[in-house]
Design a protein around this ligand. Structure first.
Ligand code: ZN
Length: 360
């Protein structure tokens, strides 16, 4: 039961004001007393989570509830009401396995103190442009390779597979990431690689919903949400199924003149086109400037922090940038609560997601 709430996504959470603190439905369901709202600084984290036991207690309560309401579910066979044994681990009478509260979380099998993981999640989510493994290793006093490993683990929390379906007005756009062609000597350049080419650059496709939310003062504020994915190419056959997967029927879709977007009207969308070729960048509210804002945010993150990103890891960095963008109206403590929530849930690997995308 507790795991269902892990599927909360930004839009739902923000609209419902759910993440004001992690208590949202935990309190209703389990009467959990710990309030994540207080975790708004490193000091507040370190002074609360003073031992591994304390960290584990919060993990147990968040996963399975407290007191009479507690229902420990075996992560191996799904049996309910498992009991704690003397050593603090749990025992399943069905499959006869012992397990700790860390099984199935990103902390499983870790040898590090859990507070270092909690701090890592806090640092990673609060640095607007990302954090390098060098910086994280200094902040946590761990080796750089440990910091790199932690960053990789935390990035597993970002995938967009549980993403919302967008509606209303949605900007779609594509960019090409990478490619050092312009720095190469002329004779070394791959022919015809300027502009839209997938020979040396990786195409990335993004969709952005223009939306609003009600802030803590009760005022309605504009907000945008984004999804972005590495794609094989920017053909119609590639892009349109993704639009169909992530943009609700009947929405208004704004794109540039790329022919891959032809025929969106037949799919049930209202299609508005910005004529970039005619040097038209905005016609009333027909523009793609919002999503271009996201691309430049992403480029800054890559340039400022991660420098060279291999194609293999590109989607992970995109997921991270998407996460930052979609949670940027959250406070530090809200974002930490959101990440904590994900950290104790099912961790999906990028390979699994890629399979899902290709099938789409
Ligand atoms: Zn079991």
């Amino acid at each position: 039961m507790a795991q269902n709430r892990l599927l909360y996504v930004y839009k739902t959470a923000i609209n419902a004001g759910l993440f004001v603190n992690l208590q949202y439905n935990l309190k209703e369901k389990f009467g959990v007393m710990i309030n994540f709202k207080k975790f708004n600084s490193i000091i507040s984290l370190t002074s609360y989570f003073t031992s591994d036991e304390k960290c584990k207690q919060v993990i147990v309560e968040s996963r399975w509830g407290v007191g009479n309401e507690q229902d420990v579910v075996c992560p191996y066979c799904g049996k309910h009401h498992c009991k704690m044994s003397k050593n603090g681990r749990f025992h399943c009478t069905e499959c006869n396995k012992n397990f700790s509260c860390l099984v199935g979380t990103i902390f499983e099998n870790t040898k590090l103190p859990l507070i270092k993981w909690f701090l890592a999640m806090y640092f990673i989510s609060s640095h607007k442009k990302g954090i390098s493994s060098h910086q994280l290793s200094r902040d946590l006093s761990v080796t750089q390779s440990t910091a790199w490993y932690m960053l990789q683990k935390v990035r597993l929390l970002y995938p967009q597979t549980d993403a919302d379906v967008f509606d209303g007005t949605v900007e779609c756009d594509e960019v090409y990431i990478g490619g050092k062609e312009k720095w190469k000597h002329k004779s070394m350049r791959t022919p015809k690689t300027q502009g839209r080419s997938t020979k040396t650059k990786t195409p990335v496709f993004g969709m952005m919903e223009r939306s609003t939310f009600t802030n803590s003062k009760g005022e309605v504020e504009p907000i945008t949400y984004v999804h972005a994915f590495v794609v094989e190419n920017t053909n119609r056959a590639t892009l349109q199924p993704i639009i169909q997967q992530f943009v609700a029927d009947g929405s208004r879709v704004i794109t540039d003149e790329l022919s891959a977007y032809n025929g969106l009207a037949e799919l049930g969308y209202t299609h508005a086109v910005v004529a970039h070729g005619a040097e038209e960048y905005a016609n009333g509210d027909v523009f793609t400037n919002s999503i271009e804002g996201f691309w430049s945010h992403f480029r800054r993150m890559i340039v400022g922090c991660y420098h060279d990103v291999s194609d293999e890891h590109l989607q992970q960095y995109i997921d991270e940038a998407v996460y930052r963008w979609n949670t940027r109206k959250m406070s530090e403590s809200e974002r930490f609560a959101h990440m904590f929530d994900k950290s104790i849930g099912l961790v999906r690997k990028w390979s699994e997601i890629r399979v899902g995308l290709e099938a789409a």
